[in-house]
Every structure is written in structure tokens, then in C-alpha cells.
Design a protein around this ligand. Structure first.
Ligand code: SIN
Ligand code: CO
Length: 375
């Protein structure tokens, strides 16, 4: 487990979150990497795992997409391997993300891990989202600036960079140091020696994301069928015109769709609980019976949620991986436990599974591949 050293979450949120970049020196004491470079390379060799290598030779930038079996073409320095959604494939990655769960779960996206050789980096760039960058093994020189006017540069079709920027942080990071970078703040990191970095990324939907997802929901559920009506119509001077009052009626017809809480909540829970990257779901074969799970709770000690699985609560309704889960109200304390944490002891679970509906619910979720015993 990773704990934050000498850190006051509320103070951090008040001073820095979405406001300005900060270097949190030694945020993790005696940091131990959740993954080793050869293990990361193992993930990057998998077809399902999204990975890239970005290599630089002077001003010449190269971008290659994985899977990768061999890195010899890139030489000993000037390149970095970036692997997306490592928490979906690597249990210890989940534990590192958990350290940042003082931010609401729905805002947390996933864990990207980079391995950089000396001088390796992705170049100066901006991200649209907040990010914590944890320094793992090795040292890396990071520069970060506050939001400023910058030119875009595209040194390679797959690489969007920015022009030189003024830095407010210009430091060599050591293992356990953490940078927090708000959206739109330019940053660049170059390894001094072989180095691992962990980026805990966040999500913040924009209006376009929300509207298009809500429209998809409406089409799928066929739920918004009220039509425009105008029984009080009167003759106009110019019939080509859509009048102010007609526009107001159309706008209100559209806004009414958002006012139906049952639909709004279901859409939001389904949308926000979807993972952006593939999950490593394996349904147990054959499926377990309730009695099998009861036995396992007595013999096995540790349980986990599938890495990267999003479990959210809206008004006591549980959403998992894009679906509303049917749960009896009596199961709410179990639901709070399994939604709120990513690992559990059997003792924690057994406090709830004495109820029949709870053992049924937990068995159902295990059979969907969402929870598993570590034994
Ligand atoms: C990296 O680890 O090289 C990239 C992290 C970032 O700048 O977003
Ligand atoms: Co970045």
C-alpha cells in the first residue's frame, strides 16, 4: 500500500488542485516501484495493451505504436516507452492509484507508466486533464510552467508539442517525488538516467462529450419523445422567421430532457462508470455457486476488484462498468464497501455476506469477472 507522507488533502485541494502546478517532494517515503522495467516491457509486448515509444534524435522525433518485442532499434538513450492503463493489467498499479483516491473516484481515469532512457521524454506539451506524475526509480529533470500563451508544434503527425515555455518548476525528481500539473500547464521531462514515471490521470468531460453521450442514451432508451406543439399560433408578419418565443419553447423542450432525474442519473452512472481502456475481464468457468463463494470466504483471505473497474454510486444505486446493477436496498452496506475500495479481506466481506441477498450479489459479481480471490 502507498501512503502519502506529511500530506493534507484538503490543503492541497485548496491551494493547488486545478489552480497551479506543485512539486510534492518526498510525497512517498522509501518509494518502491509497483512495476519493474522488464515487467513493463512484458505488458508492452501484449496486443491488448496500448503502448508507444517516442524517440528523439536532435530535432527529429519518431513515434512507434506497440506491441513491442524488441527495443534494440532505439539504442541506449533518447527514447521513452509509454504504457497506458497499467492499472488494468497490473495489481500493484491499482495500489499506487489508490493513494490518490482522496479525489472522487469518478474523476480518476487510469495509470500510465513510462520507462525512459537517458535524455528520453515526450517533449514540451500540454495535457487537457490534471495529472500527478510520480517519480519512480531513476532521476528525471522536469520543467513545468503555469498556463501561458504558446505556439503548437507538430514535429511528428502523432506528437503535439508546444513552443519553449517559462517554467515555475525546474527540478530533478528523485524516487517518491510527485508533480501535480493542472490542465493546460506546459511540461517536459528528460531522464537523467534510466527512469520510471507514473502518471495518474483524471477525466473531466466537456459539454460535447456529455451531450453526445446523453443523446446516445436517449436513442438507446427511446425515452424523450415529447414533441413541439403550438396550439396558440398566431399569424406573423414574416413567416420565414423563427421567433424568440418559438426558440424559447424549443430550448425548454430540450432542457426538460435533463430535468428527468431518473433518466439523468441512470445516464450519468452508466456513462461515468465506463472505462476508457480495455479491461482484463475473465469470467470464471464454470461459474461459482453461492455455496462455493461462502467456502472461499472461509478459506481465502484477500479479495480484489478487477483493475481499472469503475464502481460508482448515485443515490445509492450502484453502477459498474457502464451498467446499473440491480441490488436490494438491504445490500447497501456491502455495496458501499465493494464500490469504495479495491481490495478487501474476507473478514470485511463476511460482515455482510451472512445475508443471503449479499452472498447472491457478490457471487453474481464474481461470476461477471469483476471481483476475485487472490488465492
Ligand atoms: C512521461 O512520463 O514521460 C509523460 C508524462 C506526461 O508528461 O504526461
Ligand atoms: Co503530460
Amino acid at each position: 500500500m502507498y501512503s502519502l507522507n506529511n500530506f493534507d488533502p484538503q490543503d492541497f485541494l485548496d491551494k493547488y488542485w486545478q489552480k497551479k502546478p506543485v512539486l510534492l517532494k518526498g510525497l512517498f517515503e522509501h518509494f518502491s516501484d509497483p512495476i519493474e522495467p522488464d515487467e513493463l516491457a512484458g505488458l508492452a509486448a501484449e496486443q491488448e495493451v496500448e503502448s508507444r515509444v517516442i524517440a528523439r534524435n536532435g530535432n527529429d522525433w519518431q513515434v512507434e505504436h506497440g506491441p513491442f518485442d524488441d527495443y534494440s532499434e532505439f539504442g541506449e538513450n533518447g527514447w521513452t516507452l509509454l504504457v497506458q492503463a497499467v492499472d488494468h493489467w497490473w495489481e500493484e498499479g491499482v495500489d499506487l492509484v489508490d493513494a490518490f483516491r482522496f479525489i472522487p473516484n469518478w474523476r480518476i481515469d487510469d495509470l500510465m507508466v513510462s520507462f525512459s532512457t537517458p535524455n528520453g521524454g515526450v517533449g514540451p506539451h500540454l495535457d487537457q486533464y490534471d495529472v500527478f506524475i510520480v517519480q519512480g526509480q531513476g532521476k528525471r529533470h522536469w520543467r513545468v510552467g503555469e498556463q501561458q500563451v504558446l505556439d503548437e508544434k507538430i514535429p511528428h503527425p502523432d506528437l503535439l508539442q508546444v513552443s519553449e515555455f517559462d517554467a515555475c518548476i525546474d527540478e530533478v525528481l528523485e524516487p517518491g517525488d510527485v508533480l501535480y500539473i493542472p490542465p493546460g500547464c506546459p511540461h517536459e521531462g528528460y531522464a537523467i538516467e534510466n527512469a520510471l514515471n507514473y502518471s495518474i490521470g483524471f477525466r473531466a468531460p466537456n459539454q460535447q462529450d456529455l451531450i453526445s453521450s446523453f443523446a446516445d442514451y436517449a436513442l438507446a432508451k427511446e425515452c424523450f419523445k415529447d414533441r413541439y406543439t403550438d396550439p396558440g399560433l398566431s399569424v406573423k408578419a414574416n413567416t420565414a422567421e423563427i421567433s424568440q418565443s418559438e426558440m424559447a419553447k424549443i430550448k425548454s423542450l430540450m432542457l426538460k430532457t435533463l430535468d428527468q432525474d431518473a433518466h439523468f442519473n441512470t445516464w450519468l452512472g452508466e456513462y461515468m462508470s465506463q472505462a476508457k481502456h480495455e479491461l482484463d475481464i475473465h469470467e470464471p468457468e464454470p461459474h461459482y455457486e453461492n455455496s462455493d463463494v461462502e467456502l472461499m470466504l472461509n478459506s481465502d483471505e484477500e479479495w480484489r476488484k478487477l483493475g481499472g473497474l469503475r464502481t460508482l454510486l448515485i443515490d445509492k444505486q450502484l453502477y459498474i462498468n457502464g451498467d446499473a446493477v440491480g441490488v436490494s436496498t438491504d445490500s447497501h452496506s456491502l455495496v458501499e464497501l465493494i464500490a469504495g475500495q479495491n481490495s478487501y479481506t474476507s473478514d470485511q466481506l463476511k460482515k455482510h455476506t451472512i445475508k443471503q441477498e449479499n452472498i447472491e450479489l457478490f457471487t453474481r459479481l464474481i461470476n461477471q469477472g469483476y471481483f476475485y480471490s487472490m488465492t
